[in-house]
Design a protein. Structure first.
Ligand code: ADP
Ligand code: MG
Length: 376
């Protein structure tokens, strides 16, 4: 059976008064029942504004927002936040400091219609069990760790069983250890509650780990929407390739059948083109070649054209900072078995299947037909 649509955004835009550019521009999104959507983008790209419009704390200038088949914001429609059936979790938890854990969680339940106190107690107990905090009912927020506070905030959002849970950078105030553990727990909790959610983050690894689908935002727009795998392997723009894939770019120039780069020549085909609005390599005589960090293969060779500038041991892998003869920096990730010392020269070979061709964004002329330059 096809999953039902929980949230639909159609051409949603918002510009704050006194600002020059819209915070959110023409965003279209669909979220299906039970799915977790990661909203990923750098600081200031409009993630919070988009979330606040979905929750009903901001009004879009144009566009339509539908939650569970009800239009909650549109040209002639407006539904206040408390009627939208949406739970929200904030970066700073926003717990009431003078209320116990149980009362914090019960707070939202008193608002949602007539319920007996027994019913409310049951819902609080269930919500605490869901987030793994049973037994801490009568603690106050200051008696909890940051990770526990965030789980209380999650329990409070989930207790009324909302159609949709919105989480705005919920893990960013936590220590890295707690953050990594909690992101797995958070996914498990949302999945076992059968909740549909939007998870906002500026951390690409976090977005990929938690989400079923990822929307990459840049300057108020959704630049790419897809599964984490799709976005990582087939970034739809230079920006996504840099921000999500954290790939290297190497300028290349056409010479006959071969594309020449500082690391040698490559025979490329249209299969290497990025999945953007370009049909054929024939459009270009200069390109930027995307090379993923894990696709650089390093071999010690004093005749090599690349020097190892730095090396970081990251446990499961090494991260090598390389410098080419022209001074360009490249990053390579290898298994811990590849132990090459800093300062030596290496020969670099590349897993060619994974190379992707992007229009050159540096250099004096970019494509043969200039209308192809803007790729959005
Ligand atoms: P993000 O959450 O991705 O960091 P925001 O949605 O908070 O981004 O902000 C997007 C843009 O809108 C930023 O340029 C920000 O300065 C601006 N902005 C956000 N809220 C307001 C506001 N209330 N008034 C004016 N500008 C705002
Ligand atoms: Mg924000």
């Amino acid at each position: 059976m096809a999953k039902s649509v929980i949230l639909h955004l159609e051409s949603v835009s918002k510009q704050f008064s006194g600002t020059v550019t819209p915070a959110v521009q023409n965003v279209n999104l669909t979220l299906y029942q039970g799915d977790i959507l990661g909203l990923l983008g750098p600081s200031g790209c409009g993630k919070t504004t988009l979330l606040r419009m979905i929750a009903g704390f901001e009004q879009p200038q144009s566009g339509i927002i539908t939650i569970n088949e009800r239009v909650v914001a549109g040209l002639h429609d407006w539904m206040p936040p408390e009627k939208r059936d949406v739970g929200m979790v904030f970066q700073d938890y926003a717990l009431f400091p003078h209320l116990t854990v149980a009362k914090n969680i019960a707070f939202g339940l008193h608002n949602s219609g007539k319920k007996s106190s027994t019913q409310i107690n049951h819902q609080v107990t269930d919500a605490l069990e869901l987030v793994g905090l049973s037994g801490l009912e009568s603690r106050y927020p200051h008696e909890l760790s940051g990770g526990q506070q965030q789980r209380v905030a999650l329990a409070r959002a989930l207790a009324p069983s909302p159609a949709l849970v919105l989480l705005d950078e919920p893990l960013s105030n936590l220590d890295v250890q707690v953050r990594i553990r909690l992101r797995q727990e958070l996914r498990d909790i949302l999945k076992s509650a059968g909740a549909s959610g939007i998870f906002v983050t500026h951390d690409q690894e976090e977005a990929m780990a938690i989400s079923d689908q990822v929307a990459v935002m840049r300057s108020g727009r959704v630049e790419q929407f897809g599964t984490p795998e799709d976005i990582y392997t087939e970034p739809a723009s230079h920006f996504v390739a840099e921000f999500v894939t954290q790939a290297n770019f190497l300028p290349a120039r056409r010479r006959g059948q071969v594309w020449e780069t500082e690391l040698g020549g490559f025979e490329l085909t249209d299969n290497h083109l990025f999945c953007g609005k370009v049909d054929s390599l024939d459009e270009f005589d200069r390109i930027d070649l995307m090379i993923r960090q894990e696709d650089l293969i390093l071999k010690h060779d004093e005749e090599g054209a690349v020097i190892i500038r730095d090396r970081q041991f990251l446990g499961r892998e090494f991260r090598y900072c390389l410098q080419t003869e022209s001074g360009k920096e490249l990053i390579a990730r290898t298994t811990p078995q590849v132990t090459l010392p800093i300062g030596i020269k290496v020969k670099v070979s590349i897993a060619e299947d994974n190379l992707r061709v992007f229009p050159a964004i540096s250099g004096e002329h970019q494509t043969k037909s200039s209308q192809l330059v803007t790729i959005r």
